[in-house]
Structures are given as C-alpha cells and as structure tokens.
Design a protein around this ligand. Structure first.
Ligand code: MIG
Length: 822
C-alpha cells in the first residue's frame, strides 16, 4: 500500500523516524511521523485485463474496474479500490431485469473497447479514462479524470468519485424532486433523505434520493444512474464549468451509462433497470381529500356528505395520525372512531375509499402488541454497541423496525390485517426518511440488516423509507388477495416506484410553491417516479381562494391528485372559498373525472412500456436549446399539453406549443405549434391543448370511479391532415388480471385531407368491456360532412355540426374503419 511508502516529507521532525517507533506503532502522544495524510487516489495505467462472460476487468495493479454489458444500450461500471468488488446487491435494480445482448471486445494500441450494437465503452490503457461512444464512434460521455477514491479512516471503506467532462452546451435533468430550476446545470446537490417541513426553493437535500441524471448536449441525451445508497453528491458544472462529478460517502463507485440519444429513450431504459409503478386501482387516480386530521367520525361523515351534496367528485378520504390510539400504529382511537369497520363500510357504500397513515416509529410500551412482538422477535434497529435505536416521534419514545431485514418486512406486512379487515383501501407511509424529533434522523452508527449485506445507517438511510413502503405494499397485496393496493410514501430511493406513489412532502401555500410543484413533478416523472403529486393548496400556511383554485387546476394534471393541509391551518375543501370558487373547483375536478380513461391509459403506457406520465417540453423537442430552459409547459401522457397558471391575477400568459398542430381544449381552435402563443387565463380556465389527430377517451361524469356502469363509451376525435396514432387501455380497474394479459389495448389511426377523414381502430387483448357502442365526437372537420361510412356501410345518423365544430357518430365498439366524406 502506498501509504506505507511515503515520499520524504520535508517537515518531518529529524529526531524521530518511523523505524524508531516500537514495532511501527504510533502512540497517541507521538507526532505523526512519516505518514502521508490520507489523500485521493486515482486509477492509473492498466496492466492487465480479463473477461468473464459479459464482465470485463481492468486492473492497474491494485485497483480494478469492472465493465459490464447489461443490455444493448446500458453498460455498468464498477470500481474496486483494493481489487475486491463488494457482493452484487441492489435495492434499485432487481436481479431479474438484467439481460445480456450481443457484444464484442477489441484492443488496439491505445484502448480497450467493449461494444454492443449501440454503444462502445472505451477504456484508455494509459490513463484508465473511460468514455462512451455511439455506433458511429461519436463520444457521448467521457471521464475528465480517472475514477478516484479516498480512504475513510472513521468508518472504513472509501469516499468514491467520478468526474466527467461537461461540454459548454450541456444541460442536466433528473435527480428526483429537487426544488432547483428544471435544468440543473450550475447546481451542486446532495442526496440524503430529510424531513424538510416548509422547504424552500433550492433547499437541498429533500425527502428522496434518486441518484439518476440525464445529460443533454449536441441534441444527444444519455443517462447516468449512480446506484449508491450512501449520502451522494452531484455537481453539474458548478465548481468547474467544464466538469460534472458525482461522489458518495461510501459504498462502491457503481454507475450505469444509459444510452439515448432521445431523452425519452434514456428514461425508458432507466425504467427498464429500476422498474415502473404497478397499475394502481382506478379509484386512486380520482380526487383525494386529506387533512391533518379529520376526526372524529362525525367530521368525516360531514365531509363525505358535503362532497356528495355539492356534487364534487371524490374517491378517497384520509385519516392522518389522530385516528390512532396515542399515535400507536395499527390501533384506533375508539373515542373518535368507535366502530371503524362500520364507518369505513358506510363511506365505501357512498363511494369513498379510506386511506390511513402509518409511520415507522413504534411506541415503546410493553402493553402495546406491536411493540411487544417487535421486541420479542428482535425486529427493531440497534445502535453499534447493541442498544436499541430510540428516539421521539409522535407517539413519544419509539423504536423503529429494520425494514432492510426481509423477515421484518414480512412481519410488517402482516400487521395490516386489522386495517384491511376494517376495509381500509390504502396506506400512507410518512416520516420514513426516517424522521426523528430533535436530531432529525437516526445517528449513522445504527446497524441494518440490508438484506444480509449488513451495514450502518450511512448505507441504509436513503433506502429505509423505500423498504418500509415495500413492506407495506407487499403486505397489503397479500391481504387484499387479488385486489391492487394503494400506497403513498414520502421518502424513497430509486426503484421506490415499484411499490408506491409519492408526494412532495410539506410544501407551502404560496405561488412560488405552486410553480415549484410543477417543476418537482416533471422532474420526478423523468426520474422514474411518475405517480406523484403535491399537497394541493400547500401544506403549511393559508392559500387564498385564487391560489387554491389554480392549484386544483394543476392537480387535475398531477398524476396523483390530493388536497392536504397542516393541522394549524383553516379547514380547506373545494368549497371553502365561496360559491364562485367552488364552481370553478368543481368544474376542474369534473374534468379530472372525464379524463380518467385517458389518464389511466397514460398510466398503462408508463407501467407497461416505461413512458413517463408527465413529459416536459425538452423531452419532446430536445434539439431546440431554448427548450432546455422551459419548465412551465408539459404534456400529460402523449396527447394533452398543459401550462399551469402559477402567478396571481394574470389575465393571459405565453405558452410554447411544440411543432405540429394543436387544438385549444376549450374552444377547439386549431393552432400551429413550434412557437409561443398568448393565451387568455381567466380564473375558470387553464391553458390546455390537444394534439391534432388525437383520440381522447372520455368518461361520463361520475361522482366517484365506477359510480355506474357505462353503456356507451365516449371519445373526442380531433381532425388532422397527417397521420396520428392514439391509444386507449382498459381492464378491470382493480385486480391483477392484467398480469395474466386480461386487458385490452385499442389503437386508433386518424388521418384526413380537405374532403375526407378516416379513423381506424385495431383491438388487442382478452378483456371485454360491457358497453357495446361508441359515441364519437369528431372535432373540427375542415369540410361539411355529407356521408359517413362505417366498415363499408352507410351511417344513417345525423351529421349536424354543433357550435363547437363537432359532429357525433355512434359506432360499434368493434368498428375497424370510419370514413367521413365531404
Ligand atoms: O410531523 O402526520 O408530511 O403530510 O400531515 C409531521 C402529520 C407529520 C408530515 C407529513 C404531513 C402529515 C403530518 N406529518
């Protein structure tokens, strides 16, 4: 080891040398002699290499680099400072997603080259600098310095570092829910899950750790996923305009290079590594009403009655911490809720699902069965010297299950039996950063099982919340038999999307936070977490009527739509601000319900094909540099573009529409895209645009999901003079039958010219919906229709055009081809 072979240090005390010390042991009072300070070490010249299947190893004599071909477009790099790699294990990347492809190895004078059909990893023999090139040999990403490390004398292991070149034009995106501008260039950010009540713009770190980013320069995008659960850091040309680096306090320098060149491809491939959200129960996409806390039962009943009487659709009501007995998880406060099962049933009869909060802290109380069981089974976390990890949270003094132990996760899953028996439909996991009053979180010496790969809290901190909600999700899944669980979590790590939806935590009732929320959700969406939402209205503080309404409008286009507020604020429901606002809030919540089949289809495209649900404009047109800085407009799914209004009192705003033709959702006016337009923004409206040629499925208005059986299904069909594909998905809405292929995918193809329009449908799948016919609203034909032919037969219904430029056509749900002729 180099440390024992130091170069002569000039300031060494001449009277003492290392040889004069007993056995080379340094005593406390002795000056440090002849030992160089711990310093960063860099990979050097490669002296040997070897191959084992799809893994290639390069050694500089001491340190080793592993290059692994994961797929045609993904290559993983690992560094072992002392030549020994850690055991393969990742909470983010489940084993079964690893697949290998055709690859080759080549050596020339200067480099080693590991290539797939799409990407080449080039390792410079002399310097061990690593770069990635496409199959035209264009370098996409390259090391600025060789990978390096520094020994950690306090804890063992190494601080590990990678430094990449950042080109002058390069932009950076991703990293989860950071509150920085959407483009992260110029920022340095940290991942360490933190309870950050009333967080501010640019505050960092926040609740989640998603060490994945997308780089975009010269119109080419690539991704880097630094799969390391320790506290990690990313510097995007902040310290040095020409460098981007990432490092961590421990663990392996292990990262995946994910090839593009489209941002969309990078995100899809990131999903192929870390997974997507399972299909949620359809009701979970409806409107949710939450508050800290609604109690007692009579309050909940009032709330429910108000929704139904005022005809404001709602699917879920939440019980925050006060439903419990002294904040003991899995218990009920019987004074407030004397008969939970009856109450939950009555709510369900009225179309409301009940979601309850569950925190990780278990009250230290020998008369409390959960604590007793956890104690007996030794399931609670311990400090390094074997004392229990204790800290204060809502219930008082608590201990905390070690969710990184698979046995503890199984046990935790069974604890939900009573809640499931009471009819609870979803669980909300809070405080799982983990949060502890006073100290903030656990001390780093707490020990964790880490699925058999033991470690301290330094290693487990960022995955604690994810493993908690994993245990919750899997427990519920078992207990619900074939029904889909609904879960929501505050903390998370890459891959948490396989188990839960996410909300952005304790935001503030301010216009700035509404805007931040839009950026955060777009960012979560490109970082693997599509099922996300903000506390509508802002958690802390008081929104005025206008802010609340604008937030509801943004909420319609948040994949997860929930209003929530802190305990010290005024009660806040869609009707709290007077009739004028109530009417607008109703109109927009109704819009959410009309769009549910579209939203559900977008969810399927996420789940099955790895598309993000919210798509920032840069993802649609990455070649245009201006778009790298746009953060207001995004599409929800493939067809609908939205620009949330995030400023008070404005009468109009500028909205950018990507190239192509668009329709104003409200007026059906046809607009040429590829430019900015000015849109009027009265409070009862929101800039919403639909791509020309889209077929948008629409639900009849319901007060809750499946309120009644649909006997005719509606679609809005927008004329286009070029070919456009659309997609519609349906299934049972609440079972796992889709995993057995019981679902239906419908594909539409729309095209038109000056005198005709055609709509083609193809259907695949095993699910059969009950309705028989479609009600198609054809929007904005550029000609007066005189004849409609459906599957070779003349249509006999009326072809009258209404004041929104529409005609209506009734067709069989199995139609193949509709022609509309002038
Ligand atoms: O210490 O359960 O972010 O949504 O209402 C606060 C009470 C604990 C923080 C959550 C918030 C929730 C609140 N919780």
């Amino acid at each position: 080891m180099d440390e024992l072979n130091p170069p002569a240090a000039p300031d060494v005390n001449p009277e003492l040398t290392i040889d004069q010390l007993d056995d080379g042991i340094q005593h406390v009072n002795n000056p440090i002699v002849g030992l160089t300070a711990i310093e960063k070490k860099y990979l050097t010249k490669i002296v040997e290499y070897s191959q084992n299947n799809n893994n290639f190893y390069f050694s500089d004599g001491v340190a080793k680099v592993e290059v692994r071909v994961v797929s045609d477009e993904i290559i993983r790099i690992r560094l072992a400072p002392h030549g020994a790699f850690l055991e393969e294990f990742s909470y983010a990347v489940p084993e079964n997603t690893k697949r290998v492809t055709v690859f080759s190895f080549r050596e020339d004078e200067k480099n080693y080259r590991v290539s797939t059909n799409t990407v080449t990893c080039i390792i410079d023999k002399e310097t061990c600098l690593i770069s990635f090139a496409d199959n035209q040999d264009v370098i996409i990403n390259q090391d600025q310095a060789p990978m390096h490390w520094e020994e950690n004398s306090d804890f063992g292991g190494y601080y590990v570092y990678a430094t990449k070149k950042a080109s002058a034009e390069e932009s950076f995106f991703g990293l989860g829910d950071k509150t920085a501008n959407f483009n992260l260039r110029g920022k340095r950010l940290v991942n360490w899950n933190s309870d950050t009540y009333s967080f501010a713009k640019d505050q960092d770190p926040l609740y989640r750790s998603i060490p994945f980013y997308i780089g975009l320069s010269d119109e080419t995008a690539y991704g880097i996923f630094f799969d390391n659960t320790f506290k990690s850091y990313f510097d995007f040309a902040h310290e040095d305009n020409g460098k981007t680096s990432f490092w961590a306090d421990g663990g392996e320098l292990q990262y995946y290079y994910i090839h593009g060149p489209k941002m969309m491809d990078v995100v899809k491939r990131y999903h192929s590594l870390t997974g997507t959200h399972p299909m949620p129960p359809l009701w979970a996409l409806g409107f949710h009403q939450c508050r800290w806390s609604y109690y007692p039962e009579s309050k909940i009943k009032d709330l429910a009655r108000n929704f139904r009487e005022r005809k404001i659709p709602c699917d879920a009501i939440y019980l925050d911490i006060d439903y419990m007995d002294g904040y003991r998880c899995f218990t009920w406060n019987k004074k407030y809720f004397p008969d939970p099962k009856r109450m939950v049933k009555e709510l369900a009869d009225d179309g409301f699902r009940t979601v309850v909060i569950i925190d990780p802290g278990i009250k230290v109380d020998d008369n409390y069965w959960v604590f007793r069981e956890g104690k007996e089974k030794k399931y609670f976390c311990r400090r390094c010297d074997d004392y229990f990890m204790e800290g204060y949270v809502w219930p008082g003094r608590c201990q905390f299950p070690d969710f990184t132990n698979p046995e503890v996760r199984d046990w935790w899953g069974t604890l939900f039996e009573g809640l499931v028996d009471a009819g609870v439909a979803g669980v909300w996991n809070d405080m799982n950063e983990p949060a502890v009053f006073g100290s903030g979180t656990f001390p780093v010496d707490v020990r964790h099982n880490f699925d058999g790969h033991r470690g301290s809290h330094r290693k487990a901190h960022n995955v604690y919340g994810m493993q908690m909600v994993r245990a919750t999700y899997n427990g519920l899944k078992k207990l619900y038999k074939n029904k889909r669980p609904f879960t929501i979590t505050r903390a998370g790590y890459s891959g948490v999307q396989r188990y839960s939806s996410v909300w952005t935590g304790d935001n503030v009732a301010s216009w700035e936070h509404l805007k931040l929320g839009s950026v955060q959700l777009q960012r979560l969406s490109v970082s693997g977490i599509s099922f996300c939402g903000t506390d509508i209205g802002g958690f802390s503080g008081e929104p005025d009527a206008e802010l609340f309404t604008r937030w509801i409008q943004f909420g319609v286009f948040s994949p997860f739509m929930r209003a929530h507020s802190a305990g010290d604020t005024r009660e806040r429901e869609p009707w709290s601000f007077g009739e004028v606002y109530e009417a607008i809030n109703r109109k927009f919540i109704e819009l959410r319900y009309r769009l549910l089949p579209y939203i559900y289809s977008a969810f399927w495209e996420h789940h099955k094909y790895g598309f993000p649900i919210l798509r920032p404009v840069v993802m649609l047109e990455q070649e245009d540099k201006t778009n790298h800085y746009r953060e207001n407009e995004f599409t929800f799914g493939d067809k609908i573009l939205v620009a949330p209004v995030t400023e008070p009192g404005i009468q109009q705003m500028v909205v950018y529409l990507p190239k192509g033709k668009w329709y104003d959702y409200w007026t059906h006016e046809l607009i040429e895209g590829g430019r900015e337009i000015t849109v009027a923004t009265p409070l009862d409206s929101l800039p919403i645009f639909v791509k020309a040629g889209s077929v948008i499925p629409e639900s009849p208005l319901m007060q809750y999901v499946n309120e009644f059986e649909v006997d005719e299904f509606m679609f809005q069909v927008y004329y286009s003079d070029y070919e456009v594909r659309s997609f519609y998905y349906e299934d049972h809405g609440d079972t796992f039958a889709y995993e057995q292929d019981i679902y239906m995918e419908k594909k539409f193809l729309v095209n038109g010219d000056a005198t005709s329009m055609t709509i083609k449908q193809s259907i695949e799948g095993l699910f059969t919906p009950r309705y028989e016919t479609y009600d198609l609203k054809i929007i904005s034909l550029p000609f007066t229709p005189s004849r409609v032919i459906i599957d070779n037969r003349d249509y006999t219904g009326s072809l009258e055009v209404d004041d929104l430029h529409r005609i209506r056509i009734q067709a069989s749900k199995n139609f193949r081809n509709i022609q509309i002729l002038a």
